[in-house]
Design a protein around this ligand. Structure first.
Ligand SMILES: C[S@@+](CC[C@H](N)C(=O)[O-])C[C@H]1O[C@@H](n2cnc3c(N)ncnc32)[C@H](O)[C@@H]1O
Length: 492
């Protein structure tokens, strides 16, 4: 059965305007401004290259030079990764302390069902924060029994619960951990126990940009916390890309409200015809501008067919994806709907937002300081190394193989997402030692001359030709880079 979203019909004119690709002039102006603000003068975005817009060198770069640091516009840590790493919900830097990271992971891996344990987690964070946490919820008897003593996964070694607690509350310090200091945790200003930050400025920026509408705490600006919790639960159980789409919608609504306030105070003007006086639609278009620049296709049209779905069932699969998006959208609408921003709640817009992440496919990865900590201990000289390992060894054993998982998620980077693909790229995303947050860092793989296009590889470029082309088909193109042309000619 076809999915019908009434807003798609009701707001069709505004939706067309929101989804219309920006003109070359708009692209040029937007990126010139962004590059000036971000002070990344080494690049230019040119709107009308061979494959739409692309990024070009504005300087000569040597091999290994930093080409660009690109702060994300929207990002999420994967729900499944939240158990492994405690990171700032805004910049994705690791927070607390090495002890907290280790203790929290041991604590959570023994609790089992993570999403339902937020009170316990919050309680556990007491003493590792620069804020007094008001929550005084106690673990129930079953949890107390489980934690650190039973219910442990295979291969990992049990540690006493008191020891895990003392790691988390800061009363136990691991040797040499002062060499790996992390920012203290700052709680969410809305009082939820989901978001934590590395600084007040990150907490404030996140609140003002997205989180005030998506917070489940007492200070939230959401319409219904229950509806929001339902939306989050659905996303966690199906696809956490919906959480990222919710951030985009929340960002646009909050930006629209700020623009409207400034407009009503006479501080903001807008050009062009006033399409809908009551909702200041041109202001909504302006709030949407950063999103309008991202390359987009409808999610259910562009998502690749999973290996276990037969081509004969493709139409059914795409319809199921559309239905899933519709269910998610209805839950989000119940939580944060704003009638002045109604077109944002159309399935057409929601599908394109999610499709934007699908087409740009930019991984968010931040290395864990826990890995560096254990590497440092491993590099100590005897007899100090043996002495220290007597203390750290049991923790390493208890953590098991995944002792140093990175922070992993999905993000949208405004400049990196303008970079076209090459199977023989001249730049790549690469985190240096000093890159400890979620910004994208692009490094030159070989000398790049001023005026040359800067390309990255969207896939593993070492794969054989046919496999590369199959993976790139998900992005809607066959690669015609020199390496592909040469390999194609050789095989024919
Ligand atoms: C992340 S965007 C890159 C920016 C894009 N050119 C734009 O105009 O916004 C990815 C899309 O760019 C196009 N693209 C990127 N690299 C390409 C290539 N080597 N050949 C053909 N199209 C490419 C494809 O349409 C792809 O889905």
């Amino acid at each position: 059965m076809e999915v019908i979203c009434s807003i798609d019909t009701k707001c069709s004119d505004q939706i067309s305007l929101l989804l219309k690709p920006p003109s070359h002039m708009q692209v040029q102006k937007y990126f010139e401004n962004l590059i000036a603000i971000k002070k990344c003068q080494g690049i230019r975005v040119i709107p009308n290259g061979d494959y739409g817009k692309g990024v070009y060198a504005n300087f000569n770069f040597k091999e290994g030079d930093l080409v660009l640091k690109d702060p994300m516009l929207f990002g999420i840590q994967h729900s499944s990764n939240k158990m492994d790493c405690l990171v700032c919900s805004h910049c994705f830097r690791f927070i607390g302390s090495v002890e907290l990271q280790i203790g929290r992971k041991l604590f959570l891996q023994n609790l089992g069902d993570f999403p339902d344990k937020k009170h316990e987690i919050s309680n556990a964070l007491k003493g590792c924060s620069d804020h007094e946490d008001e929550s005084d919820i106690e673990l129930d008897e079953q949890d107390k029994e489980q934690c650190g003593t039973s219910g442990l996964k295979d291969k990992v070694v049990a540690l006493p619960k008191d020891l895990i607690d003392s790691l988390m509350n800061g009363s136990f310090q691991l040797p040499y951990s002062d060499q790996f200091q992390l920012p203290l945790t700052v709680s969410c200003p809305g009082g939820c126990q989901e978001a934590f930050y590395c600084s007040n400025s990150c907490a404030e920026a996140d609140w003002n940009s997205y989180h005030s509408l998506l917070c489940t705490g007492k200070g939230t600006k959401t319409l219904s916390t229950d509806a929001l919790l339902e939306f989050i639960k659905h996303a966690n159980e199906t696809n956490d890309i919906f959480l990222l789409a919710a951030k985009v919608i929340s960002f646009t609504i909050l930006t629209y409200r700020k623009l409207k306030e400034a407009y009503l105070e006479g501080k903001e003007t807008y050009d062009g015809p006033n399409l809908l006086d009551s909702c200041h639609f041109p202001l909504l278009l302006k709030a949407w501008e950063p999103v309008s620049m991202g390359y987009k296709r409808r999610w259910w049209d562009c998502i690749s067919l999973p290996d276990d779905v037969d081509y004969a069932n493709e139409a059914t699969f795409r319809l199921q994806v559309k239905e899933l998006a519709f269910t998610s959208l209805q839950l989000l609408k119940a939580a944060i709907f704003d009638p002045e921003c109604e077109p944002l709640f159309s399935l057409e817009v929601y599908g394109h937002i999610i499709g934007m992440f699908e087409q740009n496919n930019l991984d968010l990865v931040v290395e864990s300081p826990v890995e560096n900590y254990f590497l440092y201990i491993d590099d100590l000289q005897p007899p100090e190394k043996e002495k220290v390992e007597q203390i750290t060894g049991p923790f390493l054993d208890a953590l098991g193989e995944d002792y140093s998982n990175c922070c992993e998620g999905t993000a949208f980077y405004p400049l990196q997402s303008c970079m076209n693909h090459s199977c023989s790229p001249n730049a790549k995303a690469f985190k240096r030692e000093e890159d400890t947050d979620g910004q994208a860092t692009l490094i030159a793989l070989r000398p790049i001359q001023k005026g040359e296009e800067i390309t990255i590889s969207y896939i593993d470029e070492e794969l054989p030709y046919e496999e590369r082309q199959a993976l790139l088909a998900d992005y809607g193109f066959r690669c015609k880079c020199p390496k592909c042309i040469e390999e194609e000619q050789r095989s024919s």
